[in-house]
Design a protein around this ligand. Structure first.
Ligand code: ATP
Ligand code: MG
Length: 407
């Protein structure tokens, strides 16, 4: 059973029990737009304890706020009691919720296009917030006074940019102006939640628009205080030229095109990236422009190719060169691509022909000398100068002789 079917069944059941029950929020918006909703949420006038009594398997994760998860065999549906929220002393969480009517529940939601209900039994849209008009005009607008609404929950500012990006809607003027006024307060929201929204918008194919809005609203500067204002053009242009599907670190590296790697890493700490994301981003930042080096040795190329993020580095370089129209750099990249092509089928990370024990047996002093010899030997192997263990031994012996003489 799909989440959609399960949600509709829940609505029917609640209605049979005499309650008002509707599909709510994002799924209604997406259905009206002809997009496939991510999931279907139910809103009802039944209190959480009534919902849990009706359905055999439920999770009361947010019962205090009126939210119950109804479990079906394979899927789960969020069933929320109509509520209004008050307080928001901290700009993040409501201090209190009170159970209320559908109309009042609509008005606590963030944007008009997210504030509608749909009754799948009567096949009727219930729109208390003029969401349909805005959907038709393709515009993102807060429900009520934007200044007030963003003041209640600063995350809504990033949600605005995220929805505008995903739907390719502009943000209505007053709504956008209010984001500008409150942008600095975005850091009162946790780094993880900021990162979640940024990741969604910057990995979306419409990420170019997202970057423009982040800069123009002041959110980019508020989140990354050391970001130079002049960064806008580079970020927008490079992001706009990346391939359709990208991981967050690649998008971030494009966003920070041309910035000092250390400062980028420091600024991105706020986003609490995972260890892999950090490594991925650091790789892209530190190896920038290396692919344009005509003189790159075969060994260096193989070492880069052996890295898991090589093709992201290539993609970042390709997008930047395209953005800035540097013909020479594009030629350099084309040459690099040919070199990589020629290496098809070649093991770019072969096992070293000799290990540390072998080298010590040949007379290398344990410690730094073995390390240095092993590294140089491996480079010679990657360069294609050595193919067999015997050749490697000969090479190592010559190296040791040279180094003994030098001592
Ligand atoms: P998506 O398709 O990305 O899931 P969505 O509209 O379903 O988008 P959710 O974050 O799943 O967004 O939230 C569901 C609904 O809850 C929203 O459509 C909106 O009505 C309401 N909502 C969610 N977050 C907020 C918020 N921070 N402030 C006000 N209303 C919110
Ligand atoms: Mg949703």
């Amino acid at each position: 059973m799909t989440n959609r079917q399960a949600a509709i069944d829940i609505v029917r059941r609640l209605q049979r029990e005499g309650h008002q029950a509707l599909l709510a929020g994002g799924c209604v918006r997406d259905m009206l737009l002809g997009r496939r909703p991510k999931d279907y949420d139910v809103a009802t006038d039944a209190r959480p304890e009534v919902v849990t009594a009706i359905f055999p398997r439920t999770l009361e994760v947010g019962a205090k706020f009126g939210v119950v998860i109804v479990l079906d065999r394979k899927t789960q549906v969020e069933v929320a009691t109509f509520r209004s929220e008050t307080g928001y002393g901290d700009g993040r969480h409501p201090d209190e919720v009170t159970f209320t009517t559908a109309a009042a529940d609509a008005s606590r939601r963030d944007f008009t296009i997210n504030g509608m209900f749909y009754d799948p039994v009567a096949e009727q849209v219930l729109d208390y917030v003029a969401g349909q008009v805005d959907l038709e005009r393709r515009i993102l607008r807060t429900i009520g006074d934007p200044q007030e609404r963003f003041g209640e929950d600063y995350l809504r500012m990033l949600r605005a940019v995220r929805f505008a990006t995903e739907l390719d809607f502009p943000i209505e003027g007053e709504t956008f102006a209010a984001i500008g006024k409150n942008a600095e307060r975005i850091t009162r929201i946790s780094g993880e939640r900021i990162a979640g929204e940024l990741e969604t918008m910057l990995t979306h194919p419409n990420r170019r628009a997202a970057a423009g809005m982040l800069f123009d609203s002041g959110l980019a500067r508020a989140i990354f205080p050391d970001l130079p204002a002049a960064q806008r053009e580079g970020a927008v242009e490079v992001l706009g030229r990346l391939r359709k599907r990208v991981d967050f670190p690649l998008a971030l590296a494009a966003f920070f095109t041309g910035c000092d790697p250390e400062s980028v890493e420091t600024q991105c700490c706020l986003l609490k990236p995972s260890r892999n994301q950090t490594r991925h981003l650091a790789f892209l930042l530190t190896h920038r422009r290396r692919l344009l080096d005509h003189e790159m040795s075969l060994a260096s190329l193989k070492k880069l190719l052996a890295q898991p993020y090589f093709w992201d580095l290539y993609e970042l370089e390709r997008a930047s060169q395209k953005a800035f129209g540097e013909k020479e750099a594009l030629t350099a990249l084309a040459r690099l691509r040919r070199r990589v092509h020629e290496l098809r089928g070649v093991d770019v990370k072969p096992k070293p022909l000799l290990n540390g024990h072998d080298l010590i047996r040949l007379g290398a002093a344990p410690g730094p000398q073995v390390g240095q010899l092993a590294e140089e030997l491996y480079i010679a192997q990657l360069e294609g100068d050595l193919h067999t263990k015997t050749q490697a031994e000969q090479w190592a012996q010559d190296w040791l002789t040279r180094h003994h003489t030098a001592d």
